[in-house]
Design a protein around this ligand. Sequence first.
Ligand SMILES: Cc1cc2nc3c(=O)[nH]c(=O)nc-3n(C[C@H](O)[C@H](O)[C@H](O)COP(=O)(O)OP(=O)(O)OC[C@H]3O[C@@H](n4cnc5c(N)ncnc54)[C@H](O)[C@@H]3O)c2cc1C
Length: 482
Amino acid sequence: MEMPVPDSAVLARKARVVERLRGVLPADAVIDDPAETRAYECDALTAYRCPPMVAVLPATTEEVSDVLRICHEEGVPVVPRGSGTSLAGGALPTADCVILGVARMNDVLDTDYDNRIIRVQTGRTNLSVTGAVESDGFFYAPDPSSQLACAIAGNIAMNSGGAHCLKYGVTTNNLMGVTLVQMDGTVVEIGGGHLDAGGLDLLGVICGSEGQLGVVTEATLRILHKPEGARPVLMGFDSAEVAGACVADIIKAGVLPVAIEFMDKMLIEVCEDFAKADYPMCEALLIVEVEGSEAEINDQLALITAIAKRHNPVALRESASAEESLRIWAGRKAAFSAIGRVSDYMCLDGTIPVSELPFVLRRIGEMSEKYGLPVGNVFHAGDGNMHPLICYDANKPGDLEICEEFGAEVLKLCVEVGGCLTGEHGVGIEKRDLMTHQYAPADLEAQMAVKDVFDAKWLLNPAKVFPLAVSEPRRSVPLAAE
Ligand SMILES: Cc1cc2nc3c(=O)[nH]c(=O)nc-3n(C[C@H](O)[C@H](O)[C@H](O)COP(=O)(O)OP(=O)(O)OC[C@H]3O[C@@H](n4cnc5c(N)ncnc54)[C@H](O)[C@@H]3O)c2cc1C
């Protein structure tokens, strides 16, 4: 993985930068001891690591503004960080950067049930947003499987999704406004507690911008009434292709489950072993959940199970209790952790048209044989967001490179069948060099011109999203292989 050479002039200014940062932040919010900065050396894409020059932990928007102003004046790159759960390397530092972590910014600032909104500091974890309102019958819908740990900051930066986003939409559909600090320290308000405002849709630009345009410090989020009830049904099939065809038929029928999740045999086994969810052992498993009143649930499930029966399921079981439903979801949500117990892995995130699921699953199986690396599949099948998990041995020389090649071929296939490189994890460094397969030079130029407006010096997360060779003229530092 190629990263820019650290700027030696910036490294030489470290002492002065640290002193200036200590002038605007409490002493324990500036971390420059190399032993301590190692805590920030990677995110959840652990194959790549690099401790930052300094890490800072501001607690307010004003402190973030001060930090950015100083880094702007000193020409120091800044990598924003939420909880560091990115699977795309979005929060990976460079050796000459300041990591700006928002973990201390986790307050609820305002809750407005009449208008169904909540305003939070963005270091707050996803699950604790729901935690703040659930006793009053509300919830925050986007539910990444990492929701116990990941922060709203990272969710906004990556436009994160989750199992239940088939019905409720992803982060961008549930985000109403942000406070954004630009690289020169300017604080701007974008959107707010109202529906789409006039002017350019800057909120749409900020959501999913991967820390390229500014640091998001506060967010206004839509909260929803909890549904009356919900029930998952487990459907087992004797092949991934048949399960894929069943998903395509459910979507085609016009019924909208709240979630359709897919797991293949490898994932069923590791998740069962980890979470004891009582999954049926089969080649491919779908978890389909519907919600509403008892009558609505029964109606929807009748239609969905009739479709499933046309595909000769080897198992078909509705959850019989709230406790069983919890177990079913605990298994699915633990999928990445569960496979992490048995192998090093790289998690891909391509999205494809749902109708292409059977073909793409077959091709991934063929590629697995070609590259000699096992692959497990678990994904949000309802919206075609695939997560092939390629297993490799981090201690075996050359295995990571084979894994990267395998991953690149899968993602290129996603683009070829009419999909895209990322559904919810973002580009980061992982898919950065594949962006030329998705976008023509003029398309990339238009995206980089937007960054020019927000961050003219290209100091914010500069080695991510855009292929290094393409962004090189905008960055002054030379490149080197790591
Ligand atoms: C086990 C596991 C399961 C996962 N499941 C899902 C899933 O179901 N759906 C999904 O979408 N993702 C999933 N992810 C990926 C990850 O959790 C999400 O991308 C998440 O939104 C990252 O949040 P974070 O706070 O950890 O961000 P980080 O990893 O800290 O950062 C992610 C990106 O956001 C930028 N950023 C961070 N803070 C700010 C800020 N304040 N302002 C501007 N930019 C900022 C960073 O620079 C980086 O580019 C999973 C990850 C793991 C490890």
